[in-house]
Write a protein that binds this ligand. Structure first.
Ligand code: ADP
Ligand code: MG
Length: 454
């Protein structure tokens, strides 16, 4: 195999995920056969650096030897920062910011007149030129001649050459404060997360997602969930969700399997995750009710969610949309946190945005202060949903009045038959002072205790 592969190779520790680059039939019964695209987990190194002991992700009991040259390591997809992207600012604001008007000083903003499109603003001979960047089939263009997958690629192109613009882009005007990030489909291929379209079969519709519909499906004989993207404008948000998921692996978080993006421009993009047969927790609670679900089940669901959230907490990731509707239940009855559509690095706070009011902490609603502690607040609301068998929180309080009520000290009563120790946890999660709310690692310990004695 190519020398580049050998030099790139690092020592893999147990638990490292690799993905098949070629089919491997195996020579002896000690070998673990696999196909291109199969996911394998490293079990141990061997004396020969070219061979590792591994197991299959879809059949953990099957172990054997694999040749390193036939696989590549899977790694997290990184997002690209866009320091020159200023978001939704007006034309006048862009012109005010672009100073001194040196030729080639530039920024990109979201178009005010055409939301979802962008405007490239470039200084030239003391003026500011505004070029509309439009979208076609997931691609971006200024002139309908050159097309780019991302703004970063567009910027790189016009940095190298004016190519019809008044000047080439020379110096970005960096945004103050937090940068926006963008993701890029080719990153998913490079990091081993690409899934071949021919390996997927779409099945029944499971539900309506934020970006599009969610289907059951088959991926190489494994039952999976397939999230589709309806609104092409949302491709960046969709890919951000997937890229957050590439960095996560935990038994109580819904596992990403990969992203399907081959077939070129205009082909739909899919996010493929493990399938959770019993669907979302809120429907599960409502349909089974008190006759089926016992206090022990409720405590176990609570513990499972706390465990997944403690893992996110340890990674400094904020979920922002924790609610019973975003928890899924597996065939064995394990709860897993899903829907990382709004998840972000704790240091990254978005301005504005739509948030699920009844689940969101007051400081997050008022001042966009999202943190692990605002997730803890939402966790308290989810506990209330769990112990009330899927009721909508703050029954009888109109949505517009919830925040005011909560800020003046109102808290929901305990659901009927809720154990007092669980209600006291809810109340600690709803402390108005974020720092006083418990950590997820503590909540996990307490709920594990409650579950084992229930
Ligand atoms: P959204 O982005 O709109 O919040 P979700 O990820 O919550 O989308 O998915 C919408 C619905 O699709 C869920 O409520 C659930 O019923 C179903 N669903 C999503 N993912 C899975 C999965 N992995 N297994 C089973 N059902 C799923
Ligand atoms: Mg959801």
């Amino acid at each position: 195999m190519a020398a580049a592969d050998a030099s790139r190779r690092e020592k893999w520790t147990p638990g490292t995920e690799v993905v098949g680059r070629f089919n491997f039939a195996g020579d002896t019964t000690d070998d673990l056969p696999f196909q291109k695209g199969d996911i394998l987990i490293i079990v141990a190194a061997s004396k020969d650096p070219n061979w590792y002991k591994a197991k299959r992700q879809d059949n953990l009991s099957r172990e054997g030897m694999i040749p390193t040259t036939y696989v590549m390591q899977r790694s997290a997809v990184k997002l690209h920062a866009m320091p020159w992207y200023h978001g939704k600012i007006s034309r006048e604001e862009a012109e005010r910011l672009l100073h001194p008007r040196k030729d080639g000083l530039y920024l990109i903003r979201e178009s005010v007149n055409y939301p979802g499109d962008f405007t490239l603003c470039v200084c030239f001979e003391g003026n500011v030129e505004h070029y509309r960047v439009t979208r076609r089939n997931n691609q971006l263009t200024v002139d309908h001649e050159e097309y780019f997958e991302t703004l970063t690629k567009l910027v790189e192109h016009y940095q190298a050459d004016a190519d019809g613009l008044c000047t080439r882009l020379r110096k970005p005007l960096d945004k103050q404060g937090q940068y926006e990030y963008e993701s890029n489909l080719s990153e998913f291929k490079k990091t081993g997360w690409a899934i071949a379209r021919s390996d997927l079969v779409l099945g029944d519709k499971l539900g309506g997602g934020e970006f599009g519909e969610v289907f059951a499906g088959d991926f190489r004989g494994m039952k999976v969930a397939i999230k589709t993207l309806k609104d092409k404008q949302a491709v960046q948000a969709f890919l951000k969700e997937a890229s957050v998921m590439t960095a996560l692996r935990h038994p109580h978080l819904v596992q990403l399997l990969g992203v399907c993006c081959d077939g070129g421009v205009g082909q739909p993009i899919y996010i493929v995750t493990e399938f959770l047969a019993k669907g979302c927790l809120v429907d599960y609670l409502r349909s089974r009710g008190r006759s089926v679900i016992r206090q022990k089940d409720q405590a176990e669901f609570s513990r499972d969610v706390a465990s997944g959230m403690a893992y996110l907490e340890s990674k400094n990731l904020v979920h922002r949309d924790l609610a019973a509707r975003n928890v899924l239940v597996s065939i064995e009855g394990k709860a897993k946190v899903s829907d990382f559509g709004l998840a972000r690095d704790a240091t990254h706070n978005l301005e504005g945005g739509k948030f699920p009011i009844k689940w969101t902490a007051p400081e997050a609603l008022r001042h966009s202060k999202f943190s692990t502690k605002s997730d803890v607040w939402s966790y308290g609301i989810m506990l209330w949903e769990l112990y009330s068998f899927g009721r909508v929180p703050y029954p009888r309080v109109p949505l517009a009045e919830v925040t005011q009520h909560v800020e003046s000290g109102y808290r929901m009563d305990a659901p009927d038959n809720c154990p007092p120790e669980v209600y006291s946890i809810m109340k600690r999660c709803w402390d108005i002072v974020p720092e006083r709310r418990p950590e997820f690692s503590v909540l996990f310990t307490e709920l594990a205790q409650i579950a084992s004695s229930a």
